[in-house]
Write a protein that binds this ligand. Structure first.
Ligand SMILES: NC(=O)c1ccc[n+]([C@@H]2O[C@H](COP(=O)([O-])OP(=O)(O)OC[C@H]3O[C@@H](n4cnc5c(N)ncnc54)[C@H](O)[C@@H]3O)[C@@H](O)[C@H]2O)c1
Length: 311
């Protein structure tokens, strides 16, 4: 069988780290063309794939009729244009996430793809990670009972970002970068659609670099998530069920951790017994009774539970 002739569109950080070495390794694939607008990156990619034709932008690569399929790893704001142009040029498309930066553009990519008869795929790679697949099986088999709710965190260390990731207009912001993965995974884990969304955004080091997200799925499951590109590397899920909890972190876990509710209850009881002296003589009551005996108590003892303006 003839090898599939593939073009790599955008040779930035992730393409040089993941896509390029993979394409060079696969036996049934020939990396025949590269497109990269940054001269230094273009040179580096050309050095690593010396047999590929090298183009300064995606448009020139897409005009090459010998390229049968493309992997698009461009800044997010260029995704929908590049995907539509590639499909119009008759090429199969693997498009890095997100599909587009707004719903209208995402719909137009889908319309063109549906008419094209070509293969189209979005880069939600974590659906193929054994940890995420195992979590979905655990949820389906009710290993911790019926799921009551889920929490997730996707955070990265405060690294320098490319300019386009610092601005929502050019496709930046943590919702498109990280939350798109977790929103996709929640739909994957639960086989449910999202019924309701609430988000809060904060711009600290760059525009919209932190966000909280609350989702209600169609079966009413509640999901709460936090995303930031300004803290430390963490990609963590917690699923609370009627019999316990499932947890894992993509960076740190080898498998999904199961916490059994009955075992936790025994452990809590054991620890409580170990702290019996504290339970017999709780310091809070001691303070109250001491205050009452001396008839002296700081005003804040009662007012600290009220907001300042209500005191
Ligand atoms: N699936 C994942 O887990 C994952 C992980 C990281 C990044 N991504 C996605 O990959 C894409 C690239 O991210 P990145 O971190 O590598 O960004 P990046 O900025 O490092 O790479 C983008 C590259 O595209 C080049 N470029 C811009 N316009 C071009 C044009 N018209 N023609 C050719 N090249 C052009 C830039 O010079 C740059 O080198 C983003 O969409 C991002 O969301 C996905």
């Amino acid at each position: 069988m003839a090898k599939l002739r593939v073009g790599l569109v955008g040779c930035g950080r992730i393409a040089q780290l993941v896509h390029l070495p993979l394409l060079m390794r696969l036996p049934d694939v020939e990396l025949t063309a590269l497109a990269e607008s940054d001269p230094a990156r273009r040179e580096e990619a050309a050095r690593r794939a010396p047999r590929a034709a090298v183009h300064p932008t995606h448009a020139e690569l897409l005009a090459d009729p010998s390229v049968e399929a493309v992997l698009i790893c461009l800044p997010n704001a260029l995704h929908h244009h590049a995907a539509i142009d590639a499909l119009d040029a008759g090429k199969h498309v693997y498009l890095e996430k997100p599909l587009a930066t707004d719903l209208g553009d995402a719909r137009s990519v889908l319309d063109v793809w549906r008419r094209s008869g070509l293969v189209g795929m979005i880069g939600f790679n974590y659906r193929f990670n054994p940890l995420h697949q195992s979590a979905r099986r655990h949820i389906e088999r009710k290993i911790v009972g019926e799921i009551v709710g889920a929490r997730s965190i996707f955070s990265s260390a405060a690294r320098e970002l490319p300019e386009w990731k610092k601005n929502r207009q050019t496709g930046g912001g943590v919702l498109l970068d990280f939350a798109s993965h977790h929103v996709d995974l929640m739909r994957y884990f639960f086989r449910q659609e999202i019924q309701q969304v609430y988000a809060e955004l904060r711009s600290q080091r760059s525009e919209e670099d932190s966000a909280t997200l609350e989702l209600r799925l169609t079966d009413s499951t509640l999901v709460q998530s936090f995303f930031t590109t300004s803290a430390l590397d963490e990609d963590r899920f917690e699923f609370y069920g009627t019999n316990g909890k499932l947890t894992f972190d993509r960076h740190l876990s080898r498998s999904v951790e199961i916490t059994d509710a009955a075992r936790t209850m025994i452990e809590v009881k054991r620890l409580r017994q170990a702290c019996e002296s504290l339970a017999r003589n709780p310091p809070l009551f001691g303070r109250f009774l001491g205050g009452a005996m001396s008839r002296r108590s700081p005003a804040r003892w009662l007012t600290s539970s009220l907001p300042l303006e209500a005191r």
